[in-house]
Write a new protein. Structure first.
Ligand code: 6GU
Length: 225
């Protein structure tokens, strides 16, 4: 999968996407992330990419022309499956959307800043608008990094243990069960006996029951089949 990102603050994306699993995904050639500075499509020598909003009011708006030129230019080299705009008024990001996006070949993500981007770009180019939750960030970059991470780790071959994405919280509309490692007794705090029993069927049943209990208690809003 290839993901292109348009941003006015590319530095914000480097660290989150340059480590651990995201680094491995890219080193293995399973994920390509290309961050493009919007300024290279600025309308003048000052590198202007935003302007005052029509109708007045505080806050700048990202202009049509640099964004349209950026998208047109990038679209010459490949056909994007989705052109995604990161915005707090978008569709709430969740595991099912990550799953769906992980099946695509080419994604283009636009990170907004200030008051956001000119509505006409949203109307004529953007195919999907994503929010990562009901709070406001200073820009779309951290949200884009969240989406790239959630999608990238689902690509076949990225995780070491191929089954481990399947047992994540949310993958079956269930939170994950508690986990333990050595020692079996730490300060008198014991690991549940069942996990030491070696009975894999019992362990699986216990994990399922714990996951269910945790989900009902903490997330009564999550749909139980
Ligand atoms: Cl995608 N962008 C911004 N600026 N704030 C957000 C967000 C996105 N999702 C939640 N808050």
């Amino acid at each position: 999968m290839r993901i292109d990102i348009i941003s006015v603050l590319p530095e914000l994306l480097e660290s989150p996407l340059g480590h651990s699993i995201m680094k491995r995904a890219q080193n293995k050639g399973l994920l390509e992330v290309h961050v493009h500075h919007l300024r290279q499509w600025a309308v003048n020598e000052y590198g202007q990419v935003d302007d005052y909003q029509y109708g007045g009011g505080a806050g700048m708006v990202m202009m049509c022309e640099p964004l349209a030129n950026a998208i047109d230019s990038l679209s010459k080299d490949r056909r994007y499956d989705e052109i995604i705009y990161m915005t707090p008024d978008g569709q709430r990001f969740e595991q099912k959307i990550a799953n769906r996006l992980s099946l695509k070949e080419n994604l283009l993500i636009i990170c907004g800043h200030y008051k956001g981007i000119d509505q006409r770009i949203r109307d004529h180019y953007v195919t999907m608008e994503i929010s990562i939750g009901d709070y406001v960030l200073s820009g779309g970059e951290l949200a884009a990094a969240v989406v790239v991470d959630a999608v990238g780790r689902l690509l076949p071959g990225v995780l070491n243990d191929e089954t481990s994405a399947l047992t994540d919280s949310f993958q079956d509309d269930l939170l994950a069960p508690p986990v333990y490692t050595r020692p079996a007794d730490f300060r008198g705090w014991k690991v549940p006996d069942i996990l030491l029993s070696g009975d894999l069927k019992k362990v699986d049943e216990w994990r399922y029951e714990e996951a269910l209990k945790r989900t009902i208690e903490r997330r009564p809003d999550m749909q139980q089949e």
